[in-house]
Design a protein around this ligand. Sequence first.
Ligand code: CO
Length: 134
Amino acid sequence: MIGRLNHVAIAVPDLEAASAQYRDTLGAKVGSPQDEPDHGVTVVFIELPNTKIELLHPLGEGSPITAFLEKNPSGGIHHVCYEVEDILAARDKLQATGARVLGDGNPKIGAHGKPVLFLHPKDFTGTLVELEQV
Ligand code: CO
């Protein structure tokens, strides 16, 4: 059911420093910061030949990234995103197995303008999983 790895998201305490490290030290193609108020994050996309890295930084009150950075002050891998062809079919199939979808269970529009859902990390070996319809 899942397809390509769309991105790995890394929460970072300093977006500018992390962007500079990927651009200057690692030599990657680093985009500009984008505010995503619906998700409580500012995002920087890094394009690699086979996938993307998404740097995440808290935006506004109650950002889901704030608590993560309190537990992981130097940053850390926050989620992985897998592509699916039909997000509602994927959701229904996963929920039928008992997997929990975060939020109200309905897809939101993600940072790439496509529908996304998040799956509970306790149901997926301790990893927050994002599904993106492509
Ligand atoms: Co993501």
